[in-house]
Design a protein around this ligand. Structure first.
Ligand code: PLP
Length: 366
């Protein structure tokens, strides 16, 4: 151990491995409960499009071959879908991988990366990995404070990460707030709009950040097939930015980073708008149901534009988590995000949502 420590890069010691939501199988094994629902990882309970499933079954027969490393047809489809050019698109093994590539391609040691706190942890990992300083700006009312983030820009700033909606709070920043920020971001600072939950947003005030790409700004917009398209297990996401930014990301990209099956499933998913519409509707209904449940119990929650809700249980979230698990419901505790009485719960099916609210009521002694 000591010997290894002496030859590892010192900044790697500061990295915390990602802690995923507890898998269903683990809860079944550890707690001896068979009927378990997972509302911990912001997955889509309706599952993928039947068209995507059929495309995957077909693609499986071809996995003796390497995938198209350039994702040619998928890029063409996405370019048509978003009215951008194929040169403005990069595919990743999840949008996670693109966050990693952003760090490898653009961050120099000693530069600064501006992040919110709390937010998606992978931004901080990219900064630490590349010896950059993390400038953490607290949320205001559980929402990104873009004005305070702009105040922290210096001549050492390399990147600004904005999860919109934010994970774990589900809150959104508006077009107006983004415009005000972008008026203050100088050239040479890359602003990353991570829009993993884009398709769930209901608010008309949500910004159209692809316009910033079209204007040639130093921005990248990240989207994913993991959330509304329900392909989290396949690992496929993408980034849209001007061609020069994409070019440099491609310099550090693994040659076959997106599997043949994932490319086929993503293409078929784009051809099934019905799956997105159904999922959006189910999510909106689930959100209303859960919010009403929280209000009936008297719990404060953050207004969500995503497929999960950040709610204050008023108790130690680890105890609430344990008690919920004994009732077969897995959620995420807020302590890992620095908010020890909060939990993050993902919208489930109507049955799962009912089961969660009943379990929460009983856990909180109501
Ligand atoms: C804000 C945010 N960005 C990115 C991701 C990663 O998504 P992917 O599965 O595409 O790697 C997540 C996943 O939870 C997320 O919440």
């Amino acid at each position: 151990m000591t010997a290894t420590r002496s030859f590892i890069r010192p900044n790697i010691l500061d990295l915390t491995p990602y802690r995923p939501g507890k898998p269903i199988e683990e809860v079944q094994r550890e707690y001896g409960i068979q009927d378990v629902v997972k509302m911990a990882s912001n997955e889509n309970p309706l599952g993928p499009s039947p068209k995507a499933v059929a495309a995957m079954e077909e693609a499986v027969r071809q996995v003796g071959l390497y995938p198209d490393g350039n994702c040619f047809y998928l890029k063409e489809d996405l370019a048509r879908y978003w009215k951008v050019s194929a040169e403005e698109i990069i595919l990743g093994n999840g949008s996670d991988e693109i966050i990693h590539y952003l760090g490898v391609a653009f961050m120099n040691p000693g530069e600064e990366v501006i992040l919110a706190d709390p937010t998606f942890v992978r931004y901080e990992s990219a900064a630490i990995l590349n010896n950059c300083a993390c400038i953490k700006v607290p949320l205001k009312n559980h929402t990104y404070d873009l004005a305070a983030m702009a105040d922290r820009i210096t001549d050492r700033t390399k990147m600004i990460f904005i999860a919109n909606p934010n994970n774990p709070t589900g809150t959104m920043v508006t077009r107006q707030e983004v415009d005000a920020l972008m008026n203050r971001v100088p050239e040479g600072v890359l602003t990353v709009f991570d829009e993993a939950y884009y398709e769930y947003v209901e608010s008309p005030a949500y910004p159209d950040t692809l316009n910033l790409v079209r204007e040639g700004r130093d921005v990248i917009v990240l989207r994913t097939f993991s959330k509304i398209y329900a392909l989290a297990g396949l690992r496929i996401g993408y980034g849209i930015a001007r061609p020069e930014i994409i070019h440099y990301l491609n310099q550090v990209r693994e040659p076959f980073n997106v599997s043949l099956v994932a490319q086929a499933a993503a293409r078929a998913s784009l051809r099934d708008p019905g799956q997105v519409a159904r999922s959006r509707k189910a999510n909106a209904e689930g959100k209303r149901f859960l919010c009403q449940g929280f209000e009936a119990i008297g719990l404060e929650y953050a207004p969500s534009e995503a497929n999960f809700i950040w709610v204050n249980t008023g108790k130690d979230s680890r105890e609430v988590f344990e008690a919920l698990i004994h009732r077969g419901v897995i959620v995420r505790t807020g302590d890992i995000f620095g908010w020890p009485t909060y939990i993050r719960v993902t919208m489930g099916t109507p049955d799962e949502n009912r089961r969660f609210i009943e379990a929460l009521r009983s856990v909180l002694g109501q």
